[in-house]
Design a protein around this ligand. Structure first.
Ligand code: ADP
Ligand code: ZN
Length: 752
């Protein structure tokens, strides 16, 4: 071994000098889109920071926080390197997380710095907490109070301030001023006169009550406790392993995985629970509190800057023991992570579609493997990817085949729209109307599901046929009647609904085409004037609190009917809800998405799963023009496994995921010529390798998005081919110019 040999030699003076340089040289990864780490020198007068330390370094005219990285630097001469400004006191980034950053970057083909940026998304959190400024009475102040010195006359306000301080520990200025009922000027003068002193105390981190794993949850059923025991065994083993908790809706999956969570806490480890769209998890949080006596730390986009900062620090310091978050929580700096749970693992919102394009469920499995800890994937409708991994013996499956207690799965019935007579501009078929009537008469609740926000998906002029299109996207504008606007659902462009057609100037000629939830509400109100109906749609709810309040009102039966988009599908538990009507089941089947059928099954099964979760039996009516489609038949028969087998066979035959690999390249540019030019250049340089198929360039379905013109390539390979090196090589042979950009999407989920 050359290393042994070298160490047995006396170092020559030159070698010693080199070693010193190497030791002074530090690789630093900055949270910026750079291809690699940069080299710096150890801070003046101290040794090099340990790998994982947060450091502040000069970069051009700025100073930037980054992380001291592992490994030797490259060979830039030392004279050209600048020293690190300081090593920050923030806890170091664990080796496991550093490897994770590298592996995510390599997999997604994003620069490592942009992945690092996700782990240090709160720059303020790296600074030590600011010391608290407190006020205390000075000896002269106290003397003035007792009249021991006669030089100082105290006004009543000044006297009150010193009196308060004479009987209390040092107080923050704001509190002191409030207690004394005086202005801040009074305090300022007292400090200037030396009667009150300022003191600085280290800031106390906000108190986080730890979840109590010793509390006992509800008694588990036999099924549940068998499943829970297998999850707990996985946690106790304390090594990497993927367990799929596959349980029908209402089977008590949450209670079951809480047992595993408790076991990880008991073992002194931190736990990450990932939920899709955490902002909607109010009912989940309540259940967690009921089970563990305290709320978990939360991580989602809807937090204030101060909340983010405090939470990041609490996680890094190990004070937050359980974190529940959306996909970005995966990049948080847990020092003692012992378990990851990904709830609703099949949910499409786990795929991050901009910036670093990654799938949070897949990356969670990667993180668990690097940290050598167990991970639990939870769903009533696991993804085909996950089930195929079960079949291959890579993941373990734990099943909950029955609903909890007396609840039964709802009966599902298809309504064949080809045979129903529905009045123009109306969308509820006679069988659905009859079921709604019966539900309201029985004093029960109903849910109508339509995955379309707004009033109508298309507005056109009856006189000239003009259609309203977004000026910067290939998309129709959607009328939102409550806000009186036409809206682009892709870029957010909004304009008022005009009084007359902008094309032919005909007045009152605009007609809505097709249904949106707002239009459905109109129809329901017209047909059931006595029913209390509410819309549950993200754009009409001001935030998670409003969503939680609406869910609460539904639980308390202040509404008879909820009309909603996919946000109603997830997680909600309304005991009196017995009827679910799917207004347009075919919506998700259009377009070229390879997972369209699978997703339709998952979504509609999930929505249907809201019906009959307590004592009263549930019914689901699915309106479709395609009742013979396998996915519709499977929904009606409740035969998930047969449907998935057929789906898997079709994908295997076509070599599509999970039986083959896919990557998408999206070329975009500000003008069509540059876009076309770049796409052609890519096309000429396309890899010509056996087993690698390149499709495209094709105009993307959204041929223009936010004013950028787009073309797509799709790369298809076998499962055993590593796509990234092929893509890297391909991209290295094409130079982009001007506004052109090439985005790489490994394992694409969106084909727009
Ligand atoms: P899932 O997540 O599988 O759809 P949940 O965990 O939401 O199911 O459980 C459905 C309902 O049944 C919830 O209201 C839950 O509190 C209740 N439940 C589940 N298991 C138990 C149990 N062992 N004891 C009491 N209630 C339970
Ligand atoms: Zn648009």
């Amino acid at each position: 071994m050359p290393d042994d040999h070298a160490s047995s030699c006396e170092p020559s003076p030159i070698a010693a000098g080199e070693r010193e340089i190497a030791a002074r040289r530090v690789r630093v990864l900055l949270p910026l889109p750079l291809p690699e780490t940069l080299d710096y020198l150890a801070p003046e007068g101290s040794g090099p920071p340990e790998p994982g330390s947060f450091v502040r370094v000069p970069l051009g005219q700025r100073s930037v926080a980054g992380v001291a990285w592992d490994g030797a630097g490259d060979d830039l001469p030392e004279e050209r390197l600048k020293p690190i400004i300081e090593t920050l006191a923030t806890p170091r980034l664990q080796p496991e997380l550093r490897r994770f950053v590298e592996r995510v970057a390599a997999y997604t083909m994003a620069p490592p710095g942009t992945v690092l940026r996700m782990t240090m998304s709160v720059p303020e959190a790296l600074q030590p907490p600011r010391p608290k400024r407190l006020c205390a009475a000075s000896p002269t102040g106290l003397a003035a109070l007792t009249g021991a010195t006669t030089q100082t006359r105290l006004t009543p306000a000044r006297r009150r301030v010193i009196e308060i301080l004479s009987n209390s520990p040092p107080l923050p200025a704001s509190e002191l001023v409030r207690l004394a009922g005086c202005g801040s000027g009074v305090l300022r003068d007292l400090i200037a006169a030396g009667l009150v002193e300022e003191r600085f105390a280290p800031a106390e981190p906000p108190e986080i009550p730890p979840p109590n794993w010793r509390l006992s949850g509800p008694a588990l059923s036999l099924d549940q406790s068998t499943a829970a025991q297998r999850l707990v065994d996985g946690v106790d083993a304390g090594v990497f392993g993927v367990t799929v908790l596959d349980g029908v809706t209402g089977s008590g999956k949450t209670e079951t995985y809480f047992a595993a969570l408790a076991a990880a806490l008991a073992a002194g480890r931190q736990v990450l629970v990932m939920l899709p769209e955490i902002a909607l998890g109010a009912q989940w949080l309540e259940r967690f509190r009921a089970r563990f006596g305290a709320l978990p730390a939360q991580w989602h986009s809807d937090m204030s800057a101060a909340e983010r900062r405090d939470t990041w620090r609490a996680i890094a310091a190990g004070r937050a023991r359980v974190v529940v978050g959306a996909r970005s929580a995966l990049f948080l700096p847990f020092p003692e992570l012992g378990l990851i749970i990904a709830d609703e693992e099949h949910d499409p919102s786990y795929k991050q579609e901009d910036g670093v394009i990654y799938h949070a469920r897949d990356m969670a499995v990667l993180r668990a493997s690097l940290a050598d800890i167990p991970i639990i994937l939870v769903s009533a409708t696991p993804s085909l990817e996950t089930l195929v991994n079960v079949a291959r013996g890579r993941y373990r499956r734990v099943a909950l085949p029955r609903r909890h207690a007396a609840a039964e799965l709802p009966a599902v019935r298809l309504v064949d729209l080809r045979r129903e007579r529905i009045e123009r501009g109306h969308f509820l078929s006679p069988p659905l109307v009859a079921e709604l009537t019966a539900t309201f008469e029985a004093g029960e609740q109903a849910l109508l599901f339509l995955n379309r926000r707004g009033y109508a998906p298309l507005t056109l002029c009856r006189a000239c046929g003009h259609r309203f299109q977004c000026p910067s996207c290939t998309a129709w504008l959607v009328e939102h009647r409550f806000t009186g606007r036409l809206l682009c659902h892709h870029c957010g462009h909004a304009e008022p609904v005009p009084a007359c057609c902008p094309e032919c100037l005909a007045a009152g000629a605009l007609v809505p085409c097709g249904p949106g939830v707002e239009r459905l509400l109109e129809e329901v109100t017209e047909r059931f004037p006595a029913a209390r109906a509410a819309l549950m749609v993200s754009d009409l709810l001001s935030g998670p609190r409003a969503a939680a309040e609406l869910a609460q009102a539904m639980t308390e039966r202040r509404y008879d009917l909820l009309i909603g988009t996919q946000i109603v599908a997830k997680g909600h538990h309304f005991p009196m809800l017995t009827l679910v009507g799917v207004v347009d089941a075919d919506l998700g089947l259009a377009g070229g998405d390879l997972r369209a059928a699978e997703r339709t099954y998952q979504l509609l099964h999930q929505v249907g799963g809201r019906a009959g979760r307590a004592e009263h039996k549930g019914r689901v009516l699915i309106q479709t023009w395609m009742p013979d489609q396998p996915v519709m038949k499977a929904l009606a028969a409740g035969d998930r496994d047969r449907f998935l087998e057929a789906e898997a066979a079709a994908r295997r035959h076509a070599g599509l995921p999970p039986f083959g690999r896919l990557a998408a390249l999206i070329v975009s540019a500000g003008d069509p010529e540059t876009c076309e030019f770049t796409a052609r250049a890519l096309s000429r340089a396309a890899p010509q390798l056996p087993g690698v198929t390149v499709l495209g360039p094709a105009p993307a379905p959204l041929a223009v998005l936010r004013g950028r013109h787009r073309r797509r390539f799709l790369v298809k390979t076998g499962r055993d081919v590593r796509l990234q090196p092929i893509l890297r090589d391909w991209l290295s042979r094409v130079r982009t110019t001007g506004s052109a950009r090439i985005q790489v999407d490994i394992d694409p989920y969106s084909f727009l």
